[in-house]
Design a protein around this ligand. Structure first.
Ligand SMILES: [Zn+2]
Length: 133
């Protein structure tokens, strides 16, 4: 694998976000889906991966509420950090919008709870966070 291949994957991912599409890489050998997309399948090591558009459906199994005073992404408050599992099977630690100190306990009682991916604007580029359903 060459550096330019990796750069191409990253560029395509961000270009697709501009079009409103959230993409992952699906392994044609074992069907594992990588998100964020990487060139090599982390499950079986295959180089044979292809683009798929993700449904955006997901669930989360943990929540750690961001502190409003020290939050790293104040523009996205209220949010929590959580372990998110995409419908396609990939697991990521991600921001989950809509969770506050007040309602966090309610969500903890019903984990895993469902959420969905959402494309958000950051300084000069779009990225993906999640939001409770
Ligand atoms: Zn694989």
């Amino acid at each position: 694998m060459e550096k330019k291949d990796m750069e191409k994957i990253v560029k395509t991912f961000y270009d697709k976000l501009e079009e409103g599409k959230i993409m992952g890489r699906k392994c044609t050998c074992c069907n594992n889906v990588e998100f964020p997309p990487v060139f090599i399948c982390n499950k079986c090591g295959s180089f044979d991966t292809e683009w798929i558009e993700l449904s955006g459906k997901a669930s989360f199994k943990s929540v750690m509420v961001a502190n409003g005073q020290t939050a790293k992404y104040p523009e996205f408050l209220p949010y929590a950090l959580g372990a998110v599992t995409l419908e396609e099977g990939s697991e990521v630690n991600a921001l989950i919008g809509g969770i506050t100190k007040e309602n966090a306990e309610e969500y903890r009682q019903k984990l895993p709870a469902s959420c969905h991916a959402k494309i958000v604007q950051r300084d000069g580029f779009k990225t993906v966070m999640f939001e409770v359903d």
